[in-house]
Design a protein around this ligand. Structure first.
Ligand code: ATP
Ligand code: MG
Length: 230
């Protein structure tokens, strides 16, 4: 049986990943496709314990304080647990898996801690080998990068925090780090051929439906979608 497709929705914090993953999932379901949503970190699972310690500052109050190899291992282990216990069977059965974040988040959020270009490349090679070859996680079939300007994402996070009372984690409260991540997203999207979807315009987010249409169109070659949206 051929394996299903693994599609990654990737972006900086507060850029609409959850929103767009839900939109895409609902659209595929309307088309009668077998589709599942997963998201990382898997906060509800024990497998994310080390990630939660890291994000709450247990290993250092700034992202840059924490060794990128160690931090990457925390996130990779969480993905492994989710794959083996939850979505491997769906993927093996040929279903579509939509992931809100994946190895691609480590490629950005951990790689930006490494300043030298050569060392950063070595880290990216190590990460690919570790997650996909050694741990055996599936390689994505497509990566969609939601390109939301960092200052717009920042306002979306603040608005959501005001509503839910959620506290910002060590990534979210470090604005310089988030700006560095955005620059890294642009560079990696170019390098690895991720589909870049513009999500803000003139300092404001584009409408959710308009972003979704672009995501849908970008994924048509991989998912075999009908061209028109409904
Ligand atoms: N295009 C948009 N226009 C206006 N508001 C949006 C848009 N996309 C998302 N939002 C809102 O912005 C907030 C962040 O969106 P969402 O939770 O989908 O982002 P995320 O990338 O999953 O965030 P995080 O990285 O924190 O998990 C939410 O409150 C969401 O409702
Ligand atoms: Mg989210």
């Amino acid at each position: 049986m051929t394996k299903g497709k693994l599609i990654i929705i990737e972006a900086g914090d507060g850029s609409g990943k959850a929103t767009q993953t839900r939109e895409l999932c609902a659209h595929l379901e309307r088309e009668g496709r077998r589709v599942h949503r997963v998201s990382f970190p898997d906060y509800a699972s024990e497998s994310s314990a080390l990630v939660r310690m890291y994000l709450s500052g247990a290993f250092g109050g700034h992202a840059d304080d924490v060794n990128p190899y160690a931090a990457s291992a925390f996130f990779a282990v969480d993905r492994y647990a989710s794959y083996r216990t939850t979505w491997k069977k769906w993927h093996d059965a040929g279903d579509i898996i939509l992931a809100d974040r994946y190895t691609t988040s480590n490629m950005v959020h951990q790689a930006v801690k490494i300043r030298g270009a050569r060392e950063r490349e070595a880290f990216l090679d190590w990460l690919y080998d570790f997650e996909f070859r050694k741990m055996g996680l599936p390689v994505p079939d497509a990566v969609v990068f939601l390109d939301m300007a960092p200052e717009v994402a920042d306002r979306l996070i603040a608005a959501r925090a005001a509503k839910t009372g959620a506290r910002e984690d060590i990534h979210e409260r470090d604005k310089e780090y988030l700006a560095r991540c955005h620059a890294a997203y642009l560079a990696l999207a170019e390098k690895y051929g991720w589909a870049r979807i513009p999500c803000s315009e003139g300092g404001a987010p584009r409408p959710v439906a308009a972003i979704h249409e672009d995501v849908w169109r970008a994924l048509a070659p991989v998912l075999g979608n009908q061209e028109e949206t409904k």
